[in-house]
Ligand binder design. Structure first.
Ligand SMILES: [Zn+2]
Ligand SMILES: [Zn+2]
Length: 327
C-alpha cells in the first residue's frame, strides 16, 4: 500500500470531523465509507475504493442510499467520476465528499427525482415541465385543446415530512373548476403529511408520504384531460365550449357550467330543468353516475321541489284552460 494512501486516510480521519453533516463509517485501505445526512430523506453513503494506480487514476465510487432513487444515484455517480478526473494525481476523498454534499444541497429536487421521472411520462405534446433547482420549484404547464392549467410546486427541504406547496398560477377553465382543482390539490398535500383525524389504535404509525406525483396525476387525469371532453349528462353535448375563449362567465346563462358534488359537469339550463322535474323522491340523482346531486343553487328538499312542481303544473293547467276557453 502506497505511503500516499496511508497519509490520505490519516488526513481524512482528521478533516472529516470539521465537515458538517458527515460521518465516517470506515476508513481503511480496502474501503472508505462516509455517510452524508442532510435531512431524514437526504441521506447517502459515499463508498470509495482505491484504484491500482491511485491517485493517478480516479477513486472507484459507489453511492448507496435507502431513500434516494437508484436512478438518481447512478446519474450522480457518473457526475462524480467526471469531477474526480479533474483531480487525478491529487488526494480525492475529501474533495469528493464535499462535492457530493454540495450537489445535494444545490439540487434540492433530488428528493423527488423518481416522482419527476414518472411525471414526465404522463406528459404529452404541448405539456411542459420546468425544474428550478435553485428555488426548489417545479413548474408544470398542461394543455388540452385550447384549455390550459399551469401549476407550481415548491418542495420543502425536508420533503416529504413537510407539506408541498401547490399553486395554480394560470388556468382558463371555468373559475369553479379552477377553484375546485386548487382545493383538491391542497387537500392531497395536507393528507400526505397529517395523520387522519379518525384513527384506530391498531393502525400502523402514520408516515408522511410523497405527494408531488399524486397531486400532478390528479391535475392531469381528473382536471385537464377530463373536463374539456366531459359531456353534460342531460343533453349529452360537451359541457365546455370547444374554444376556451367561449367559456361562459354569467352564472345564470344557459350554457354556464355547473359542477355538482359527484364531479359531473352540467349546463346551467340543463341541470335547472332537470332539478325541477320529477321524480323527486329521495332527491335528484346524477343521470351519469346515480349519486345524489348536491349543489348550492338547487337546495330545495324533495318535498319542496315536488310542491313547486305541482304548483307550476296547476298554473300551466289554468293557462291551458284560459287558452281553451278563448279558442
Ligand atoms: Zn346540457
Ligand atoms: Zn355524477
Amino acid at each position: 500500500m502506497s505511503e500516499k494512501i496511508l497519509e490520505e486516510l490519516k488526513e481524512v480521519k482528521e478533516k472529516i470531523l470539521s465537515i458538517p453533516n458527515t460521518e465516517l463509517i470506515s476508513c481503511v485501505p480496502a474501503i472508505v465509507q462516509i455517510k452524508i445526512t442532510l435531512t431524514k430523506y437526504k441521506q447517502l453513503v459515499v463508498c470509495m475504493q482505491f484504484s491500482d494506480n491511485y491517485p493517478y487514476d480516479c477513486l472507484l465510487v459507489e453511492l448507496k442510499s435507502k431513500l434516494l432513487s437508484d436512478n438518481l444515484l447512478q446519474k450522480m455517480t457518473k457526475i462524480c467520476e467526471e469531477e474526480l478526473r479533474k483531480f487525478e494525481g491529487e488526494k480525492q476523498i475529501i474533495h469528493l465528499v464535499k462535492f457530493v454534499k454540495n450537489f445535494i444541497i444545490d439540487n434540492p429536487l433530488c428528493v423527488c427525482s423518481d416522482e419527476i421521472l414518472s411525471l414526465k411520462n404522463l406528459l404529452t405534446d404541448g405539456d411542459e415541465i420546468k425544474l428550478k433547482q435553485k428555488v426548489s420549484k417545479i413548474i408544470l404547464k398542461l394543455r388540452e385543446g385550447s384549455y390550459m392549467i399551469n401549476s407550481s410546486f415548491t418542495i420543502p427541504n425536508d420533503y416529504p415530512v413537510s407539506r408541498i406547496n401547490v399553486t395554480i398560477s394560470d388556468c382558463n377553465l371555468p373559475e369553479v373548476l379552477r377553484v375546485n382543482c386548487e382545493s383538491q390539490c391542497q387537500e392531497l398535500a395536507r393528507r400526505a403529511v397529517e395523520p387522519p383525524l379518525k384513527r384506530k389504535s391498531s393502525d400502523p404509525p402514520f408516515e408522511p408520504t410523497p405527494s408531488l406525483l399524486k397531486i400532478s396525476e390528479f391535475i392531469i387525469n381528473n382536471v385537464i384531460r377530463k373536463y374539456p371532453t366531459m359531456l353534460c349528462p342531460c343533453c349529452h353535448k360537451s359541457a365546455l365550449p370547444a374554444d376556451a375563449m367561449d367559456v361562459v362567465k354569467d352564472h345564470q346563462a344557459d350554457q354556464f357550467v355547473e359542477r355538482v358534488y359527484c364531479g359531473h359537469l352540467f349546463h346551467h339550463k340543463c341541470i335547472d330543468d332537470y332539478m325541477k322535474t320529477p321524480p323527486f323522491t329521495g332527491g335528484k340523482k346524477c343521470p351519469s353516475c346515480g349519486s345524489r346531486i348536491f349543489h348550492d343553487k338547487w337546495r330545495a328538499t324533495p318535498e319542496l321541489a315536488e310542491a313547486r312542481w305541482a304548483h307550476k303544473q296547476a298554473r300551466q293547467r289554468e293557462l291551458d284552460e284560459v287558452v281553451d276557453f278563448l279558442g
